[in-house]
Write a protein that binds this ligand. Structure first.
Ligand SMILES: Cc1ncc(COP(=O)(O)O)c(C=O)c1O
Length: 501
């Protein structure tokens, strides 16, 4: 008999293994669904960055699977392959409409929150009106868009500040509008860094009382899936929601557009989304968005209560480990006011959040400020707008939890974060104490002996060493590690220069 595998046998083995993989995938995911159940982690690293992106809920992934394996047709096709996809997109639209309390025709799918925000802004600027009002704490998807349009001379922008809770005053927004000229007011429903919740219903009512022709948009990216959001009760014309913030994958979002509010396609092409957005629908992602919306509609109250319990536990553990006098909570939670249940903007005096997160990056995942600008040491514009002092802003961790966060994870993360902060303190203070205890005159004394006290090089070296030590002594216990390091480096450099002189 000829050698080599039997092709029939091989084919059936491959088929069996593919089916087993698919079933296994589905079975494994199903067993992980539900509130508070842990999800797989990246090497045991605790995930506290739900505001940057939320894990895909297992049931949502399950809902996508048939549209990856079985129903991969184009929803616009008239044949058998199009129909299941078309009806899945319609079902998802219905699910979003139920979540927002609006009609299905008022929901348009798109690729991301940035697109939905840009879309609403551009839609509002289609007529003669050119003035736009935004809050100072909007996401860059709003601020960068209006800045660019302003630079191009396509609009004038007024930016309204926030109070210590991170909340915009509806009266201040109404005062900023220019009747007959303002096209759009865009104020986010919840802030991504401090978790403040804006009274968008009052803003909309106040603005429309001044001029009923003004359109109102709210970026609800951080609110949907965290608090109840009803587009009609908010009285807005446009609302952005983003899949990856509440259990759907990245790359899918929706724009609520009130019936009658202007909206036109930014993309030229096919007539998808009722002619409002060209491009074949991302069916599996759209299905996921509908599934995530249905989970919130079904168990939103439980998700919010669980998130708040995890957030408060985290706060208590950190305050206990670090000492409450050293800690502050930014935004509404610290200042008293309505807050998202899942975001904790936690400031530690004397700590440097970027350094702490760098030290623990393999054990705790969180943000120093908004994820979009993490890695940079610049003070977050939102924290500045809220009036957080610079030292606390630099020591601010944005910790965010969600449906799958467990108490065990919270406790472990709090321990790791507190230990990293205390270790950085110890390093700073040890370093300072060692240098302050050292004999500052020793390197210069040797130099003086060699070259004589009058030598200009010796005089300059002594002055530099004295200056560096004076700066070091000025640092007190609350010095950030970076300040202490900089002062220690200056001493080292002056001493080295003295030795070389
Ligand atoms: C408030 C807010 N708006 C808009 C966005 C942008 O969403 P996307 O990243 O999907 O474009 C984000 C994402 O971080 C956000 O937090």
């Amino acid at each position: 008999m000829a050698g080599g595998p039997n092709p029939l046998l091989l084919a059936s083995v491959l088929l069996a293994s593919a089916v087993a993989t698919a079933l296994n995938l589905r079975g494994r995911r199903r067993s992980r669904g539900g509130l508070g159940t842990p999800l797989p982690s990246e090497g045991g690293c605790v995930y506290l960055d739900y505001a940057a992106t939320c894990p895909i809920y297992p049931e949502v992934a399950d809902a996508m699977v048939p549209f990856l394996y079985d129903h991969w047709g184009n929803p616009s096709s008239g044949h058998a392959y199009g129909a299941p996809c078309r009806s899945a997109v319609a079902d998802a639209r219905g699910s979003i409409a139920r979540l927002l309390g609006c009609a299905s025709e008022e929901v348009a799918f798109c690729s991301c929150g940035s697109e939905a925000d840009n879309w609403a802004i551009l839609a509002s600027l289609g007529g003669k009106r050119r003035h736009v009002v935004v809050s100072a704490v909007e996401h860059p998807a709003i601020l960068a868009c209006v800045d660019a349009l302003e630079r191009e001379g396509r609009c004038d922008v007024s930016r309204v500040g926030v109070d210590a809770r991170g909340v915009v005053d509806p009266a201040a927004v109404a005062d900023a509008v220019k009747p007959g000229e303002t096209a759009l007011v865009s104020v986010m429903l919840a802030n991504n860094e401090v978790g403040s919740v804006m009274d968008v219903a009052a803003i909309s009512a106040a603005v429309k009382a001044r001029d009923a022709g003004i359109l109102v948009h709210t970026d609800a990216a951080q609110a949907v899936g965290k608090i109840d959001v009803n587009a009609k009760r908010l009285g807005v014309d446009y609302l952005t929601l983003v899949g990856h913030k509440f259990g759907a994958p990245k790359g899918v979002a929706a724009l609520y557009h009130r019936r009658g509010a202007p909206l036109r396609s930014m993309l030229f092409g096919g007539g998808q989304e009722g002619g409002l957005r060209a491009g074949t629908e991302a069916v599996p992602s759209v299905v996921a968005l509908g599934a995530a919306a249905a989970i919130w509609t079904r168990e939103g109250a439980a998700i919010a209560a669980h998130s708040a319990a995890m957030r408060d536990r985290l706060r208590r553990r950190l305050e206990a480990a670090l000492g409450p006098e050293r800690c502050a909570v930014n935004g509404p939670l610290g200042a008293g006011g309505e807050a998202l249940p899942n975001v904790l903007s936690f400031a530690v005096r004397g700590a440097r959040a970027a350094r702490v997160l760098g030290d623990v990056g393999d054990r705790v995942a969180a943000s120093a400020s908004a994820a979009c600008h993490s890695g940079s040491d610049a003070v977050s514009a939102v924290l500045l707008a809220v009036g957080v002092e610079t030292e606390l802003a630099l020591g601010t961790l944005r910790l965010s939890v969600g449906r799958h966060t467990t108490a065990r994870e919270v406790d472990a993360a709090a321990d790791v974060l507190a230990a990293a902060i205390l270790a950085a303190d110890a390093k700073t203070h040890d370093g300072l104490n060692r240098r302050l205890g050292a004999d500052a005159t020793a390197p210069v004394a040797a130099l003086k002996k060699r070259r004589g006290a009058e030598d200009p090089g010796v005089v300059a070296a002594e002055a530099a060493v004295r200056k560096a030590y004076a700066a070091l002594r000025k640092l007190d216990k609350r010095a950030t590690p970076e300040h202490a390091d900089a002062a220690l480096d200056a001493v080292d450099a002056a001493v080295a220069a003295a030795k070389r002189a």
